[in-house]
Design a binder for this molecule. Structure first.
Ligand code: FPP
Length: 255
């Protein structure tokens, strides 16, 4: 997949969808159940989202499963989430592979247990040649961490004499942040009612269309995702240009 759009014409279907899956805890609390039950229901909604993307031809899906800050949650919740991730890695990868999904993980992997890290690497190896959907799970991920690791990698090249500081520009830094081999997200969805980005893909979301819903993540269904796609399809993406310039580009593409 090209890393940048060939032109700024609006695409009907987002090539890359990025999602903050919020509201699992509240979903459980409303049912007077432990929060981990909400996360389990959230794992089912992940499958709804993956199925929808494959059916609609969305090529890449990036899910925020666990933020750098989530390590600070109560110990039993973090432990429950780790068990859930391990279970998902043990049970779901075969089916994802069968469906042609390529699975990758972004984030500070060193913070996970050896067992989870091994499973992550095995899932990536097993599915690396698949192309029906590029699924990225952001786990122990933070947008600031991502930009910092990209800057560190450039600094290492400078220190080794491979790169001159004056050559560092947006293109070079952009090539070192996570997901650099994918087009930037076209559409961002956040469930759970909050209207913020919460340290998700800070660099990558620069021109992404944002869509928020009050619905809690475990309530996700195809109709809700379709509403987001319909709204996205009706938006004009200008990437800093004027509406007239975009219209001219669109006509050139059509001719
Ligand atoms: C946010 O809801 C959700 C999380 C921190 C965890 C996301 C995990 C899953 C959807 C389950 C498994 C995922 C995979 C990829 C197998 P919250 O707990 O912050 O909800 P709240 O705002 O209602 O408290």
């Amino acid at each position: 997949m090209p890393s940048e759009p060939a032109n700024a014409a609006p695409a009907r279907i987002p090539r890359h969808l990025a999602v903050i899956m919020d509201g699992n805890g509240r979903w459980a609390e409303r049912r007077r159940r432990p929060r981990i039950i909400g996360h389990r229901a959230g794992a089912r909604a992940v499958n709804v989202c993956i199925d929808f993307c494959i059916e609609r031809g969305v090529q890449a899906l990036t899910l925020f499963a666990f933020s750098s800050e989530n390590w600070g949650r109560p110990e039993d919740e973090v432990g429950g989430l780790m068990k859930l991730f391990l279970n998902a890695l043990e049970r779901e990868v075969e089916e994802l592979d069968r469906r042609g999904v390529r699975v990758r993980f972004i984030g500070e992997r060193e913070r996970f247990s050896d067992k989870i890290r091994e499973r992550m690497a095995a899932a990536e190896r097993q599915t690396e040649r698949n192309g029906a959907l590029h699924l990225t799970i952001a786990a122990s991920y933070g947008g600031r961490w991502d930009i910092a690791q990209a800057a560190r990698s450039l600094a290492q090249d400078v220190a080794a004499g491979r790169l001159a500081p004056q050559d560092i520009d947006e293109r070079l830094l952009g090539a070192r942040v996570c997901l650099a081999d994918l087009p930037p997200p076209d559409l961002f969805i956040r469930t759970g009612g909050d209207t913020r980005i919460s340290n998700f893909l800070l660099w990558q979301l620069a021109y992404t269309e944002l869509w928020f819903t009050e619905a809690l993540w475990p309530e996700l269904d195809a109709a809700m995702l379709q509403r987001a796609l319909d709204e996205y399809a009706g938006r004009e993406r200008r990437f800093g240009l004027t509406g007239a310039q975009i219209a001219a580009q669109t006509n050139e593409t059509v001719e």
